[in-house]
Design a binder for this molecule. Structure first.
Ligand SMILES: Cc1cc2nc3c(=O)[nH]c(=O)nc-3n(C[C@H](O)[C@H](O)[C@H](O)COP(=O)(O)OP(=O)(O)OC[C@H]3O[C@@H](n4cnc5c(N)ncnc54)[C@H](O)[C@@H]3O)c2cc1C
Ligand code: SF4
Ligand code: SF4
Ligand code: SF4
Length: 400
């Protein structure tokens, strides 16, 4: 039976709890707010299925050669509501139009983040937009399999580890399943997110939350909170405490610092991401309203992408250029050495934003050092890009 000794070896995908025939695995939050499996040994029959299905214990080797595209959907309103170029919505809409079912990460009434399904276009908006919190899978793998067995098409979207867990849970290829993942920086703690919300003024009067509001532009995205009385809180990624703690890796899940799913050979059919560096790679797309980087990973993905492409502006990009500014595609983030201390202080904290501020504050000398380092790396990238671009000029950015 599954037994987690090192927490870094469990991504919380819920494949084991969905698979257990005895239903004797519950996913329980630890002191940091991340879910881990707990087996009720009195009901366990030692069948070993929980271990067999775990995507960390059994790594799948995928051999594919993804094709990368820069994309912006034509519907400006949906693009504005989406995190990057809005491609998720049109891919999902094509499955719904086919009488299919879409699974994704949305908010519940208290603004916890969890997976669920929709089968109508009107309900899709809850999945739109990134939620920078680990989403609870619950028993959605089981629900998705039931739909597949009824002959319905299913689009399952989530982080790469959730897609790996889902595919491992399914255990065989289904014609009707489409898997969509993201380039994933890592997922913050649901407990920190809950405390952040509890700390908001009028937290019981929240109306909507967007982690990727584009009022200050796509590149300087903001956390926007709207209240029922029309009041608003809006701060960009540099000024909001929760976003700072996320981007500085203070409270990500332990598995995210050594992620088993960072690769270009992905298990999904389509990968969604932000096209960071678009101003250097394809300046004609740089309108600061959001551009998606899309990786098409399989023949099924290609079919769906090309059908959806009728509703977007897109260009094929050399894959090495496409991920040049998006190291999260292939590399785990650095462990923040202050993380342990942050979580030790969390239970005593009465003001979470203040606590995060304490662990994200940067000294003046560090700021200068980081600015110089950033400048040097930007110059290096530019030189490398110009050098590479000159060599391959005219061959790597064609429509297809
Ligand atoms: C935690 C997290 C980290 C990310 N890190 C990066 C990164 O480092 N680099 C990068 O380029 N892009 C990253 N992304 C992806 C990016 O933010 C956009 O989600 C992606 O570009 C899709 O945008 P869109 O405009 O097509 O659609 P949108 O409508 O914005 O995307 C919605 C899709 O995101 C999924 N989703 C939203 N929140 C979650 C969640 N908490 N867990 C699982 N799935 C979720 C939904 O199910 C849906 O499939 C990350 C997303 C998340 C959620
Ligand atoms: S060994 Fe079988 S019964 Fe026991 S917890 Fe694992 S899946 Fe469930
Ligand atoms: S199946 Fe997923 S949740 Fe279960 S132990 Fe493995 S990684 Fe953790
Ligand atoms: S970084 Fe890796 S382990 Fe963490 S949520 Fe993303 S895919 Fe899962």
């Amino acid at each position: 039976m599954i037994n987690i000794i090192d927490k870094a070896n469990c991504c919380g995908c819920h494949a084991c709890s969905n698979r257990c025939p005895q239903k004797c695995i519950s996913m329980q939050a630890d002191d940091e707010g991340f879910w881990y499996p707990k087996v009720d040994s009195k009901d366990c029959i030692n069948c070993g299925l929980c271990e067999k299905v775990c995507p960390i214990l059994n790594k799948s080797i995928v051999e594919n050669q993804p094709t990368a595209y820069a994309c912006q959907i034509e519907d400006d309103q949906i693009r504005q509501q989406s995190s990057s170029g809005g491609v998720f919505t049109i891919v999902a809409a094509s499955v719904l139009a086919n009488h299919g079912v879409v699974f994704g990460a949305g908010f519940d009434r208290e603004f916890n983040v969890l997976h669920s399904s929709v089968d109508s276009i009107d309900d899709l908006s809850n999945f739109r937009g990134s939620k920078y919190v680990q989403s609870c899978i619950g028993n959605t793998y089981e629900q998705a399999k039931n739909f597949l067995n009824q002959g319905r098409q299913v689009l399952f979207s989530g982080t790469p580890c959730q897609i790996a867990g889902f595919k491992s849970y399914l255990g065989k290829e289904y014609e009707g399943v489409v898997c969509v993942d993201i380039i994933c920086h890592g997922v913050p703690s649901p407990l920190v997110w809950e405390q952040y919300r509890n700390n908001l003024k009028n937290n019981n009067e929240l109306m909507s939350i967007s982690f990727r509001d584009k009022a200050f532009g796509w590149k300087r995205f903001s956390l926007k909170i709207t209240y029922k009385n029309d009041e608003e809180y809006i701060k960009d990624l540099k000024s909001d405490a929760f976003m700072q703690g996320f981007l500085k890796n203070v409270y990500l899940r332990p598995s995210c610092y050594n992620c088993s799913f960072k690769t270009l050979a992905r298990q999904s059919d389509i990968t969604l991401a932000d096209f960071w560096g678009i101003e250097n790679i394809l300046p004609s797309f740089d309108d600061d309203k959001g551009t998606s980087l899309i990786l098409v990973n399989s023949n099924k993905g290609k079919e769906i992408f090309l059908a959806a492409a009728k509703q977007m502006k897109y260009e094929k990009i050399d894959i090495d250029h496409a991920i040049r500014y998006n190291s999260a595609a292939i590399k785990s983030v650095d462990y923040n050495p202050k993380r342990d201390k942050f979580f030790r202080e969390l239970p005593e904290s009465t003001d979470i934003s203040q606590l995060i501020g304490k662990y994200t504050k940067v000294s003046f000398s560090r700021k200068v050092y980081m600015k110089v380092r950033l400048l040097l790396s930007q110059i290096k990238r530019k030189i490398l890009y110009l050098w590479d671009g000159t060599e391959k000029k005219g061959t790597n950015m064609n429509n297809s």
